[in-house]
Design a protein around this ligand. Structure first.
Ligand code: F6P
Length: 195
């Protein structure tokens, strides 16, 4: 069985400010996580050949991968966070206050709701298809460093969770979700490396 390790990027400056989307760098805590992750990955995948590290094209995932050495790194646009369109850079409070109809519509149907000029969860699920095909084709372990909405969708695929649940699955920061695909099905472990 070969593991797939799923993790969000280390805490970003936008995470600290409560802003969605954006392309900020990681905070001091985020950098600490990047180091802990590198340690974990180097120990966990030491004897594994053909392992690779996949990130999105956003700074926060690339920076989180940067302390990891010895494995090839690949950037995927399809691993970028859900595009929040006109709401990119706002806090949930600001959306609620300035665009109450949008806020309510998303609350009502988070799976299907599409941000104006942005994406829905269903859009994200669709664009992940080539990533999933490639993940299944890999011979070695893969570390996927991505974002909350994207990882909810990827996780749901491997853990076989229903579509409706996807936007609500817990994928906390600074936690590695390890998925093992064996003959007897899928096994999961979570490693919380820090708060
Ligand atoms: O807040 C971090 C973040 O990754 C945002 O960039 C993104 O819009 C959001 O999480 C996705 O989570 P939710 O679908 O619950 O708003």
């Amino acid at each position: 069985p070969r593991p797939i390790l799923l993790t969000r990027h280390g805490e970003s400056l936008d995470n600290v400010r409560g802003r969605i989307g954006g392309d900020t760098v990681i905070s001091d805590a985020g950098e600490l996580y990047a180091k802990k992750l590198a340690n974990f990955v180097e120990k966990r995948l030491k004897s594994e050949r053909a392992a690779s590290i996949w990130t999105s094209t956003l700074q926060r995932t690339i920076l989180t991968a940067s302390p990891i050495v010895g494995f090839p790194k690949i950037q995927w646009r399809a691993l970028d966070e859900i595009n929040a369109g006109v709401c990119d850079g706002m806090t949930y409070e600001e959306i609620k206050k300035n665009m109450p109809e949008e806020y309510e519509a998303r609350k009502k149907d988070k799976l299907r709701y599409r941000y104006p000029r942005g994406e829905s969860y269903l859009d994200v699920i669709q664009r992940l298809e080539p990533v999933i095909i490639e993940l299944e084709r890999q011979r070695g372990p893969v570390v996927v460093i991505s974002h909350q909405a994207v990882l909810r969708a990827l996780y749901a695929y491997f853990a076989d969770r229903p579509l409706q649940e996807i936007p609500h699955i817990e994928v906390p920061l600074h936690t590695i979700i390890e998925i093992q695909m064996g003959v007897s099905g899928v096994q999961e472990k979570r490693y919380k490396l820090m708060d």
